[in-house]
Write a protein that binds this ligand. Structure first.
Ligand code: XMP
Ligand code: MG
Length: 181
């Protein structure tokens, strides 16, 4: 347990069992096809690294980096591409991998943006879903865990770039992210 966190929400064991289950389902659904996994930097990195090792169909990787939160814990609603994909996705089956869907603004923007590039298909996989915070509806094809409206860190998720390397997912103490607001 990290002292800035109030409790463990999801243990390493719970996460790894879920990742395995998601990988199995994705492998079944894409059987006979090639998959292009698109990771959203940087939060989805660790989830993606574990997930793709549970996928058995031929899998390619690309990454996109978008700004949404900056140093704050609140979504601004303004999405900007900081680093675009390296390759064209035209005619490919793409699976967007995200760490958490909160307001839905980031993913909505990305799905629209990527669909406009003529891929064969677009699906979304997220490790965490905070439906209570949704502002725009998002179709999630693979959902790891539905979580309450609390700010979580670890397993790739950060607050102001801290805590990404914590192996489990923990609830950050309010005092930590309310500081300076
Ligand atoms: P929206 O609101 O656009 O935001 O769905 C998705 C992005 O917001 C970040 N986010 C969080 N990051 N703990 C985090 O570390 C959280 O509880 C949290 N909620 C939202 C995250 O970067 C995600 O990609
Ligand atoms: Mg993110």
């Amino acid at each position: 347990m990290h002292p800035d966190c109030e409790r463990v929400l999801l243990s390493e064991e719970e996460i790894s069992a879920k990742v395995e289950e998601l990988g199995r389902q994705i492998s079944l659904d894409y059987a006979g096809q090639e998959l292009l996994v698109i990771g959203i930097l940087k939060g989805a990195m660790i989830f993606l690294a574990d997930l793709v090792r549970k996928i058995t169909v031929p899998t390619y990787l690309d990454f996109i980096d978008v700004s949404s939160y900056g140093a704050s814990s609140e979504s601004s609603g303004v999405v900007r591409i900081l680093k675009d994909l390296d390759y064209s996705i035209e005619g490919r089956h793409i699976l967007i991998v995200e760490d958490i869907v909160d307001t839905g603004l980031t993913l909505n923007y990305l799905v629209d943006n990527l669909k406009s590039r003529d891929p064969a298909s677009v699906k979304v996989c997220t490790l965490l879903d905070k439906p209570l915070r949704r502002v725009e509806p998002v179709a999630i094809d693979y959902n790891g865990f539905i979580i309450p409206d609390e700010f979580v860190v670890g397993y790739g998720l950060d607050y102001n770039e801290h805590y990404r390397n914590l192996p489990s997912i923990m609830v950050l103490r309010r005092e930590v992210y309310m500081k300076g607001e």
